[in-house]
Each structure stands twice: as C-alpha cells, then as structure tokens.
Design a protein around this ligand. Sequence first.
Ligand code: CA
Length: 232
Amino acid sequence: MQRIVVIEDEEQVLEVVKAYLEKDGYDVYAATRGKDGLALFYKNNPHLIILDLMLPDISGEEICKQIRKQSNIPILMLTAKSAVEERIAGLGLGADDYLVKPFSPKELLMRIRTVLRRSMPTQLLADELSFYRDDLRINSVEHKVYKKGQDANLTPAEYKLLMLFIRNPNQVFSRDHLIDKVFGMDFEGSDRTVDAHIKNIRRKIEDDSKNPKYIVTVFGIGYKFEGERGDS
Ligand code: CA
C-alpha cells in the first residue's frame, strides 16, 4: 500500500482529501501543522507528500526545502495563490507539481497518479531491499544500509546517491545529472565531488572497490547500478 502524507491546515480540505485518497486505496497520514507533517514524513517513509503552501507554523516552502535535503520523494503542492511566479518559486524548491485551490478531488487523484508514476518508473521501493542474498540490505524506513549485516554508516549524501541508483537500476547517470539530482542546483560541486562520494560508497558496500558489483563505472559517461535483487 502506498503511503501519502498530507499537510494541510484547512481541516475541511484535509478531511475531503484524506477520504478520497483512502477510498482510492492509499494509506494516509494527515497533519494540520507543518511540524507534525515533517514528523510524519520522517517516521513513515511515505511515497508522496501533499503539502499546503500556507501553513500556520512552518511555511510549505520551508518544509519542501527540509524534505529535499534528504529525499527525492514526490511533493505535490496545494496553494490558494494562483500567481504564476509563486508556482515557479514552489517548483524551484523541488515540488513536483502544483494544484491551485479550489481543485476537484478527481483532479488531485489524477495528479497523484502521474507524479507517482513519473517518480517510480520501474518499481515501487519496498521498505527493505536485499541484494545478493543479504550481502547488501537497505532499510528505507530507517535510512540504513547494511553490508553483510553490519551498518555501513553511509552519510546522508551517500545514502541519497545510493538510493537514486537503486531506484533506477541499469540507468546510466552522468556526473552532472548526479550533482543536480542529489545535491541540488545551487550545489558548488564538481565531477570530482561525485567521484569522491562514489569512492566512499564503494569502500563501504563493495567487497572489492576495484571490481564493483553495485555501482559500476560507465567509461566516458558516468555510473550505473547493477546490483542483483535477492533475499536470503
Ligand atoms: Ca493553508
């Protein structure tokens, strides 16, 4: 079941959205305050966030920024503002789509499906993933990676990078694309930064960093993930 966190301070809107999503088969966690919404995000590892721009405590923009620091999770923004600049500002902060109030629940469901489909082209990410019979185990609820049962101690940036690869197996990523996806547009990094992160990840998850079986170098282009799924 796909989990959705809805953060919306207008209780009437929240109730309607929650009812429609639940009817459509989603597992819904609702909050009327930004702080509670963020807590739900950290706790429940949702597949999507529906976020109102205007909240009483933390602004939707700020929440979006906080979430983007550690996750590529799709964010659908709700707003009463219809100014074009506001929308662009919201999308610049990393929202995947925008819906201007008032909207129809049908429209909302359509947008959700589109955003979810776009963000997870291959498969839904399970809470726990295993590669090569538990050689590598990833718990996406805990945000932990285990190599042969031991915590690999990945940094948040390394985790984010690894998850991007895992979500897109066999897709080749250029270094520029990785910088953009993982560190954001305003990141002052270079190709070397990416290489350094990959080197560190390899040291932590590969048996032999010189002969990687997870993150493989594609010469002249970048990197791709080749780990084979398999539980023990
Ligand atoms: Ca509001």
